[in-house]
Design a binder for this molecule. Sequence first.
Ligand code: HEC
Length: 99
Amino acid sequence: MKNRLILVVAMSLVMADATIAGDYFNGKKVYAMNCVSCHGSNGRSMDPSVPSFADGDALFRPDQDLYEQVRSGSGTMPAFRGVLSDAEIRDVITYIRSL
Ligand code: HEC
């Protein structure tokens, strides 16, 4: 019984991994207004404790994970739930993936 439940959860995670299509140009605006102060222009952060996106390392995770990170925050990064709409979060992820 328990195994079956785990399988169902795993399957829904796989399905949730499908790349989220967002609007690059809107994402760029959202980034400039909300993220650039920490993550830097072009995703090159000046603070070693803040991940850079330019080298791609920090983004080697499914969109859904990044989405949750932006919604919930982590460490010194604030949560953007209630600040950005779901669509804006998708757009900004599309943008940072392009850096
Ligand atoms: C106040 C500074 C700050 C702001 C503003 C900020 N971040 Fe962050 N961000 C961080 C820090 C610090 C971490 C590392 C958190 C950790 O290690 O737990 C992080 C981590 C991340 C990660 C995860 C990278 C990884 O794989 O570890 C993503 C994605 C991210 N930020 C996206 C964004 C986006 C998109 C915005 C704008 C909507 C944003 N951040 C705004 C400081 C910030």
